[in-house]
Ligand binder design. Structure first.
Ligand SMILES: Nc1ncnc2c1ncn2[C@@H]1O[C@H](COP(=O)(O)OP(=O)(O)O)[C@@H](O)[C@H]1O
Ligand SMILES: [Mg+2]
Length: 264
């Protein structure tokens, strides 16, 4: 049913961390969730306990028209996962060229996923204005955009305001209305972090979904290859993420309850 894209104008801001843990928090709230890794870094799987050597995935196989259902992985968290798959430059170029020629290679299976009753699809996007974001943003109910509470991120706010970050053209303005922002790694003890966070609250208003504090438990959960609420329940960042997941759920259309597993 709904598609939530997790994106950012720059890398290393916590997109994958938030994609994994928001998927987990939405699943805990009672909906089936499918997390799809669209970033060739193929890192989303690490939050869900897949071994580093496991290079199987969905996105990298798109030119072969794979059956997405057969590639869905069950995870201990209960979130269903479509990893990107291991990647090299030749595969990446072949995928980009195939999608340029035939966007339906991605859009047809995504529409099939969105037709699943009650299913929430969370897509982890590559940094910046990517081909993947360009294709998926028009289908998205929400584009959750992750920023840090620092000067670099503050400088990117005009890109987000104008919708340029989602690509140029007539669609960028209506799509900008679906953009919501999450501030990550906010530090209450840092003057700069506090000042940027306060300025973002003033400027973004209701477009700011919430903030996640910088918390070592986040990196520890990744090291343990578990979601934050399983590894460090009650940690400050886990509570922040639960809050944001509630905010996201409130923005989505009402969902039918479903107990059907995603994979056949
Ligand atoms: N709130 C946080 N507190 C502490 N570390 C964080 C937090 N969010 C992300 N990180 C760490 O920042 C790094 C980058 O996060 P990641 O999710 O991989 O970013 P991206 O997907 O945007 O490249 C990782 O090492 C992650 O553990
Ligand atoms: Mg990432």
């Amino acid at each position: 049913m709904p598609l939530i894209c997790i994106a950012a104008p720059k890398g290393g801001v916590g997109k994958t961390t938030l994609a994994a843990n928001l998927a987990g928090a939405l699943h805990c709230a009672g909906q089936p969730v499918l997390a799809m890794d669209c970033d060739p870094q193929n890192a989303l799987r690490l939050h869900f306990g897949l071994p580093v050597w496991d290079g199987a995935g969905f996105l990298m196989q798109l030119p072969l028209r794979p059956d997405w259902r057969s590639l869905v992985r069950d995870t201990a968290s209960g979130v269903a996962l479509l990893p990107h798959g291991a990647n090299d430059i030749r595969t990446a170029l072949r995928l980009a060229a195939a999608l340029e020629r035939e966007p339906e290679l991605l859009l047809a299976p995504v529409r099939a996923m969105l037709a699943e009753p009650g299913l929430i699809l969370v897509a982890d996007l590559p940094p910046g204005p990517s081909q993947m974001l360009n294709l998926l943003a028009p289908l998205a109910d929400l584009v959750v955009t992750v920023l840090l509470a620092d000067a670099n991120s503050a400088a990117l706010v005009p890109e987000i305001d104008s919708g340029r970050f989602l690509g140029s053209g007539a669609l960028s303005a209506p799509q900008a209305a679906r953009v919501r922002i999450v501030l990550n790694q906010v530090e209450a003890t840092s003057r700069l972090s506090r000042a940027v966070a306060e300025a973002m609250v003033r400027h973004l208003g209701p477009r700011l979904l919430g903030a996640v504090c910088r918390d070592e438990a986040v990196a520890e959960a990744l090291a343990a290859q578990r979601l934050l609420h399983a590894e460090a329940p009650g940690s400050a960042a886990a509570l922040d993420i639960e809050d944001i997941a509630r905010g996201i759920a409130a923005l989505l259309p009402p969902l039918p309850l479903s107990t059907e597993p995603v994979a056949p």
